[in-house]
Design a protein around this ligand. Structure first.
Ligand code: NDP
Length: 289
């Protein structure tokens, strides 16, 4: 299939590489050198302009937020062919994606939201989990394509459902991060060796992906690489809180987690990695790891 892939960031770059093993892939990236590099690394075709992506049978976007997706839709909607499938792998906003889908549907273009989880290691390995929101027949078409970079692919509901569950997933991880950081900091002040603390917690009922996989290499290993921007997780938690709000639910944990992540972002700045939220928790107490 002829696929246009838009957004070669930390996630999109390897995902488009996996697609190129099975499909003819044209890539476009805001910073053109990245698309140039992708073309020489994976044998993809660099689009001369964004408009060149309009004629593909399938258009895939993975950019920071639904706002950038909509800007791209604005530029392609009049040029895309009826029957095109648009797969938005961005961790976006379900309300925005439903409006985008309606706009595209009026031009006979099908839209599914298909955000992913598994991080950059999953994107590189081609083992992402993909959660698809959309009509059944569109989700089926999307599944066949997402199999290039996904291991577990689930059709979760109508348009927007993928974005909703992705936001909730990330918000749960974010809340785990804050409470784990507070607990571990308490243990550190009590004089615990952090390796011992992780060993015990990870054999107990308090363990989570955060304590098993994310924090040990940072807190014990001292390595704080940038893999997923804090600003993007802040956006995800805000979406999860607004999903709860839209259902008239009281969700104080989501609201507090969202407030704390926004504070962490303001404190640490745009360049920070999401796991540095643990540094923010330490900083609240004038401590460090
Ligand atoms: P990056 O910041 O690494 O990449 C963002 C991509 O979007 C880049 O290609 C960037 O282009 C492009 N972009 C940014 N602004 C615009 C714009 N205004 N117009 C067009 N293109 C633009 O982000 P990630 O790859 O980490 O994340 C992408 C999405 O995937 C986000 O929604 C994120 O929440 C989600 N996600 C991220 C995960 C991760 O672990 N990193 C895991 C799962 C989901 P340029 O190269 O020019 O900057």
């Amino acid at each position: 299939m002829n696929i246009a892939f838009i957004g070669l960031g930390a996630m999109g770059y390897p995902m488009a590489g996996h697609l190129a093993r099975h499909h003819q892939v044209t890539v476009w990236n805001r910073t053109a050198e990245t698309a140039e590099r992708h073309a020489s690394e994976y044998g993809t075709t660099r689009a001369g302009s964004l408009a060149d992506c309009a004629t593909a049978e399938c258009i895939i976007t993975i950019v920071p937020t639904s706002r950038e997706v909509d800007e791209i839709v604005d530029q392609l909607i009049d040029k895309a062919r009826p029957g095109t499938l648009w797969i938005d792998a961005t961790s976006g906003d379900p309300i925005a994606s439903r409006a985008t889908a309606a706009r595209l549907r009026a031009r006979n273009i099908a839209f599914v939201d298909a955000p992913v989880t598994g991080g950059t290691p999953g994107a590189k390995a081609g083992t992402l989990t993909v959660m698809i929101g959309g009509a059944k027949e569109d989700a089926l078409r999307a599944r066949a394509i997402c199999e290039s970079f996904g291991k577990k692919i689930v059709h979760v509901g109508e348009v927007g459902a993928g974005h909703a569950i992705k936001a909730v997933n990330n918000a749960m991880m974010a809340a785990n991060m804050l409470v784990a950081a507070e607990g571990l900091l308490s243990l550190k002040k009590l004089g615990f060796d952090m390796s011992t603390a992780f060993e015990v917690l990870n054999a107990g009922s308090g363990r989570s992906n955060v304590t098993e996989n994310l924090l040990p290499s940072r807190i014990v290993g001292g390595e704080w690489p940038l893999t997923f921007k804090l600003s993007l997780l802040d956006k995800d938690v805000r979406i999860a809180a607004s999903v709860a709000h839209s259902q008239h639910l009281a969700a104080p944990m989501l609201a507090l987690t969202s407030q704390l992540f926004t504070a962490a972002l303001r404190n640490l700045g745009d360049g920070a990695d999401y796991i540095e939220a643990a540094k923010f928790v330490a900083g609240l107490n004038n401590e460090n790891w």
